[in-house]
Design a protein around this ligand. Sequence first.
Ligand SMILES: *Cc1c(COP(=O)(O)O)cnc(C)c1O
Length: 230
Amino acid sequence: MTQPLSKDNITKLLKRVRIRSQKSQKAESDIILLAVSKTRPADDVRAAYDCGLTQFGENYLQEAVDKITDLADLPITWHFIGPIQSNKTRPIAEHFQWVQSIERPKIARRLNEQRPDSLPPLQVCLQVNISSEQSKSGVSLNELDELAALVDELPRLQLRGLMAIPAATDSESEQRATFAALRKAFEQLKLKHPQIDTLSMGMSGDMESAIAEGSTMVRIGTAIFGPRQG
Ligand SMILES: *Cc1c(COP(=O)(O)O)cnc(C)c1O
């Protein structure tokens, strides 16, 4: 059994966001808080929603679709942030408003083809492999421009920005260097795609560094819901 959601966690987290964004001369409202609810039951998502959170991120497709169906009465914005297999793109295109983990052309093309006409375009971030010494997923910086150009051409996808999951480290200077590199890639991409507005970086353990380096969206699981089991 996981612990039930604690409202206190959310209050503390919002305070962390506020303090760090003030330090960076930013409004707290400049930072979107994405609650990462993977492995958590729908009741926890509902409780978090009742505490004022409205955007949720999920990694595992079937689990996510079950929760989205259960919680259809709530106006939640759902983000898919997990690895995408090409035979699983259709339910993603049908159930989510955002996809942050696009790293290859094939996935982008399939999501574009499968996005229902009755829905607005899928809002997408490209996942960048920013700490390449690790075998983390994501498009390499070398191939980023090409993938962005492709996504920009696809009518049912709307390019919103970049996402990365850096290798975990406790060193603040390493965290900041990695986030700064992603920020630089974002600024460069913005020259060609001026509409992009989302730099999705920072998790429970490194969100202060991410905000300091210009994050516009932090993706927080543990600090909201407590540690995950297994
Ligand atoms: C699980 C996950 C998070 C949240 O991580 P925490 O350390 O629990 O805050 C953020 N982003 C992605 C892509 C994840 O898979």
